[in-house]
Design a protein around this ligand. Sequence first.
Ligand SMILES: [Fe+2]
Length: 675
Amino acid sequence: MPSASRSSSFASRARATCATLVVVCARVAPGARGSRGVRGDGVTSAFERPPAAAVLALGIDARAAHERALLDDDGDDGDVPSQVHLTPTGIGEITVTWATRARVARDATVAYERVNDDDRGTNGAKKATVTSDSYTAQICFGSGTLFAPRMGQTPSVDPMKVVELANTSAWAATDAVNYRVVRAIEDVIPAGFFASAPYDKGVCLDYNNPDAQYHSPLIHKATLRNLIGGSRVAYTLPGSATSRTFTVPTVPTRHSSHHQSWTFTRIAVVGDTGQTEVTKEVLTHVAETLSDAQVLIHTGDLAYADGFAPRWDSFGRLMEFLTSKIPMLSVVGNHDVSVNGLESTAYAMRYPSPSVSSKSPSQLFWSYEFGHAHVIGLNSYANPNVGLFDGADAPQMSWLLDDLASINREYTPWIIAVFHVPWYNSNRGHFKEAERARIALEQVLYDAGVDVVLNGHVHAYERSKPVFNYAEDACGPVHIVVGDGGNYEGPYGEGWIEPQPGFSAFREGSFGAGSLLIHNDTHATWEWRRTTCVANTTASNSYFERSGDASTCRTIPDVSAQAMEPVDIAILRRDVGACPNKRVGNAERSNEASGYNADGASSHVTTLVITSIVLLALWVVTSVMLVRTLRVLKYSRAYRSPSLLANSDEYDDEFAGDGAIGLHTLSSSMGSDKF
Ligand SMILES: [Fe+2]
């Protein structure tokens, strides 16, 4: 957009925002200046203007020590890498993303090498080039929970700091009549604003207020390529004295015939994490009990920044201990695309996807193959022009059909679809919320024999039976809602639909994470384990706290039949005999098509082959030269000594054909004692 029109747009937006009384606007009444500092004759008098307020640090109300740790900005200062996370962006390819406040050197690289490997040894350190970017965002507030945190949500926002940020005329006397002075948070956000309809709305600080602009740290990316599936890789970021390590997701044999030391595929699953005390417990549970997961899948609604941009940074720091070790695939939730598009910018800048390698036209829908699985990520909000919850956008549908046609079930028998808004859940507040998407896409996924659907959005856990069009169907996918990753907006939405619908197999309003363990072509184990229950501690239900030990606790007022269950385990079986759709998928795709060249696999083998050929050739040449030399010497000595010449008949014929000694002659001589 041209700058002129952009300025015009901003100006009109600012006017509109003022009109909606949600943002402070400094107003100068005509002629008002005469009341202070202007003499009656129109000559401006000397007016000692007080210094402007210093740029204010965003207020953070850290309520506990660990919260303060989350909010510590040290990690983003200078050139120390922070918010490190890994994304599988292609076969044998991992993109590492991190943030710093300072620029990295123009020629900075990420060093990486295979470590702790099997008998293939190491293949030497490699370097990946670094690209950097940043963005600015207007500071907005899209949720009342930013000011009224629940479950230790961080960072909470200090209303008085918002007042300071919003007050662009802080130097004016509070009784000045010609300026609007912000004295209280209600002058910025009217009381009850977030509690009244429409609920999906936000307040942004005035665009013309320089204090209201968030400047992101520099966000760096580097792609580590041609990694061996299943191997451990150490990587060192610019500015870091230590290296980090991760395990490369295994590469299906259609992409590499190279042996990989793995026997199963584990996928860890979280959703709707946000950044609360509960989030930290859920992530710790994943790190401690699912550390062998090849990939962490996030089903959307990551940071719950809700317009308050610094929360993307605090979320990155919160996740780093896990996502710098386990590569994460994610899809967008409504909190990742909302608030005037600001969140979609932040998400796109910070969380890449395997869209390029899967030939997707959008970063927001993609596929990725590893182990026994072909994972498809879809965007529940693919086309905002036709409705926020319409996932059947034409480009996505077109790409999805192509992607499904590319699957070969001989190599990746399990098809897993991931998108944010569930089609099957029995929460009163979300039941049938994504019907347009379900109607558009369910038949497509069913025909392709999709085995498992992973969702978030509902802040509870629920697993369906195999289902299609609301009826139990043994050949349909199992739909699993894992929106219980820690963000807290009240106990599991608006409660359960009673009685429990027939498609629903298990539901519970607590917090936890899931694990999909694929054993082989036909069997997998799904396990959800809760980490936290909550109970209200005030009559108004405005704040909840953890309740008891995770093995015995109960979330109040969860009335589901499984409310007391700490674990849900289900054996998933692919019955290809009974379900023809589970056999769909026999596409051809070569290694070349995936662009994969296993670094230590094929190149290691290639190196061995080339080395062997060279050594053999050298040995051949040396041997030939040695034979010729010996014969020349012998011939020469025999020429000088008739006695020797008498014993050299065996060589005469060959020398008769001098220059004709070839491989045949050599090979026939190789077994000779003469050598
Ligand atoms: Fe959501």
